[in-house]
Design a protein around this ligand. Structure first.
Ligand code: ATP
Length: 361
């Protein structure tokens, strides 16, 4: 059995799939190391199998000991796990207001911390641990009325996101052993970024302060949506420094060219599904390890679920077919023909119930 991501023979693993020969036939099974922290990047064009592969990794983490998987799910693709026979909790995420520092408050509200409203929001976030507290502080402020009004409007906007709660999710809950799916499907990009920033920071801090013995795995689907907002800095810290305290980070994206070059170069496990955009291929090729010789694009797979896996730890490259999932996959793109089939089915059921189809009316 081959274990990608390590050379040691023992430790926790996740079943990834099997080797794919040139003629497409199956070879030996392949596992991924989940015993040590990793930075992973799963890339591929739309429908190539990224979310599915993330789900395969999640299943492996669910059966591994000593890990705490957390999925950031912007499309609701992992919500079916709520009713699957696994230890998973799907939550509408909420975070504490003081999980964001003053700078992050200004970033998420699009304010300049050195100017009127931004400077006020910075001070409110420094003084108050809750959003209600920040709003009261603002109402009592004797700063220029126009700045107070603008800052108060921004805080009202933040309140409308409905994600800030003094009882918001904490690292202790995230690291209780089961899988946590943060269902972001109802959130716009700014509040989703705020949640990810808070969660990435909480997991990192919890490990640095030795508050959890489990090793967190933060898995982010559609990661390109988070690379230039408030989550940018916490994510960068995780990919550059997270492995040291024991936090893994796996990003899945259809747009590797939108992922910062530092993230690509920090990746020690690259899972590349089918890619056709030159910009995306170039972005990976630029950070391509020297041992991946030849034309990178030519080595990328064609079929859904197939992948080229580059393991920086052991400096090896593997042609893999990702295995089928055991839990439901919620990332299926709806097809018009399915909808027509569904409505025909509904019409037939309705007719049967009213007796039309049987002529018994
Ligand atoms: N390893 C696999 N084995 C079997 N089927 C797969 C595999 N990978 C993907 N599929 C099929 O391909 C479909 C598309 O996969 P997936 O949803 O993961 O694509 P994606 O790359 O995440 O797309 P998007 O960018 O649109 O989110 C899945 O719904 C599933 O039916």
């Amino acid at each position: 059995m081959v274990v990608i991501g390590r050379e040691e023979p023992t430790g926790e693993t996740a079943r990834l799939g099997h080797y794919r020969a040139r003629d497409g036939s199956r070879g030996a099974v392949i596992d991924l190391d989940v015993d040590r922290p990793h930075v992973g990047l799963i890339v591929g064009k739309r429908g190539s199998g990224k979310t599915y592969t993330l789900g395969v990794l999640v299943e492996g983490l669910l059966s591994a000991e000593g890990v705490a998987p957390v999925v950031v799910d912007p499309m609701g693709a992992f919500t079916p796990l709520d009713t699957a026979d696994v230890s998973a909790t799907v939550v509408d995420p909420s975070v504490r207001a003081d999980a964001l520092d003053p700078r992050q408050w200004c970033t998420v509200l699009g304010l300049d911390p050195e100017q009127g409203a931004g400077a006020l929001v910075w001070r409110a976030a420094s003084e108050c641990p809750t959003l209600d507290g920040m709003r009261s502080w603002m109402a009592d402020s004797d700063a220029a009325a126009s700045s107070v009004r603008a800052a108060a409007n921004h805080l009202s906007l933040a309140a409308s996101w409905d994600i800030f709660d003094p009882a918001g999710i904490e690292a202790g809950t995230l690291c209780n052993g089961g899988l946590t799916v943060l269902d972001m499907s109802e959130l716009a990009s700014r509040p989703a970024g705020a949640v990810l920033a808070a969660v990435a920071t909480a997991l990192y801090d919890a490990r640095v302060a030795e508050q959890t013995t489990r090793l967190p795995w933060l898995l982010v689907d559609e990661a390109h949506a988070f690379t230039d907002g408030v989550a940018q800095r916490p994510l960068r810290r995780l990919v550059t420094r997270g492995r040291q305290p024991g936090v893994s980070c796996v990003l899945a994206t259809q747009r590797p060219s939108a992922v910062p070059a530092t993230t690509v170069s920090q990746t020690d496990l690259l899972v590349a599904h089918r890619l056709t955009s030159t910009a995306d291929i170039d972005a990976l090729q630029a950070a391509q390890p020297t041992y991946l010789d030849g034309d990178f694009a030519a080595r990328l797979p064609e079929a859904t679920g197939d992948a080229l896996v580059v393991d920086d730890g052991t400096e090896s490259v593997h042609h893999v077919t990702v295995r089928e999932r055991q839990t439901p996959h919620g990332g299926e793109t709806p097809r018009a023909s399915d909808l027509v089939a569904d409505s025909n089915h509904e019409a037939r059921s309705g007719a049967l119930q009213s007796g039309d189809a049987t002529g018994t009316k």
